[in-house]
Design a protein around this ligand. Structure first.
Ligand code: ZN
Length: 119
């Protein structure tokens, strides 16, 4: 009985890993589409980001930093420097500031290693 339960738990864990990997792949595809449509159809790009947010919360998976850093915290717009956000380098602090032109929310993208700043 215990062995059967362990096998079942292992199968379910494998299934969850498969489902999560498919969800991550779909999130990558949706983000690519959102990036492509950000300038021509911002409403469509926003709906792709809404789907990404729903998938992230449904499957309880984290977004890759590459994608997470490109989505505005305030209005869920795809941040594209020069198009809908400004990029400013704060070299003394070691990060780049993306400021959304739509809602004004800022995102700080660290480019310096944490260990090198703790000297
Ligand atoms: Zn925004």
């Amino acid at each position: 009985m215990l062995f059967g339960t362990l096998v079942f738990a292992g199968v379910m864990e494998g299934r969850r890993a498969l489902v999560n990997s498919i969800a991550r792949e779909r999130i990558e595809i949706l983000f690519g589409l959102a990036e492509r449509n950000a300038s021509s159809e911002p409403g469509l790009a926003l709906s792709y980001i809404t789907i990404i947010e729903k998938m992230r919360s449904h499957y309880k998976i984290g977004l890759p930093l590459r994608i997470k850093n490109r989505i505005c915290k305030g209005c869920s717009t795809v941040l594209m420097p020069g198009l809908n956000c400004t990029a400013k380098v704060a070299s003394s602090k070691g990060y780049v500031i993306y400021k959304c032109k739509r809602c004004g929310a800022e995102r700080h993208l660290r480019y310096k290693n944490m260990k090198s700043t703790q000297k």
